[in-house]
Design a protein around this ligand. Structure first.
Ligand code: ZN
Length: 133
């Protein structure tokens, strides 16, 4: 398993991590297989979505804010229930195909660490499954 860290800049942010992951694949020499990305947190997750237009991420954060209102009578003592709920919505892991040493992402796809209770230092764990010849 590989691990790297991400410093998130704000309370809510989607931080692109595709290059970190590709670098780890290069270092491991993985050619063909699967890469599982796992975020071991309860108020940050991971998703794959458009990386070209930053307004897509802004719109997603705006819509998550509408779907998960701040003013419900939450009981969780930490006061960050909205971050837990948004993390449950995006999930904490994803798996990407690797072929010829490259993450197989669509033209517009970027892998994001999704921060909902930052800024913080977050961990990302990677597991590679080698299915090479
Ligand atoms: Zn909490």
């Amino acid at each position: 398993m590989k691990e790297f860290f991400v410093e998130t800049p704000e309370r809510e942010a989607f931080v692109p991590i595709t290059e970190h992951i590709q670098t780890a694949i290069d270092a491991a020499g993985l050619r063909d297989g699967l890469c599982t990305v796992y975020v071991p947190h309860t108020t940050a997750g991971v998703t794959i979505n458009e990386g070209a237009d930053p307004d897509v991420v802004r719109d997603m954060l705006m819509a998550f804010g509408r779907i998960v209102p701040d003013d419900l009578p939450y009981r969780h003592f930490e006061g960050n229930s909205t971050a837990h709920i948004k993390t449950a919505m995006v999930g904490t892991s994803t798996t990407i195909l690797v072929r010829d040493g490259r993450l197989q992402l669509g033209t517009w796809q970027t892998i994001y660490l999704c921060e909902f209770d930052g800024p913080r230092r977050r961990k990302v764990w990677l597991h590679f499954q080698d299915q090479g010849a």
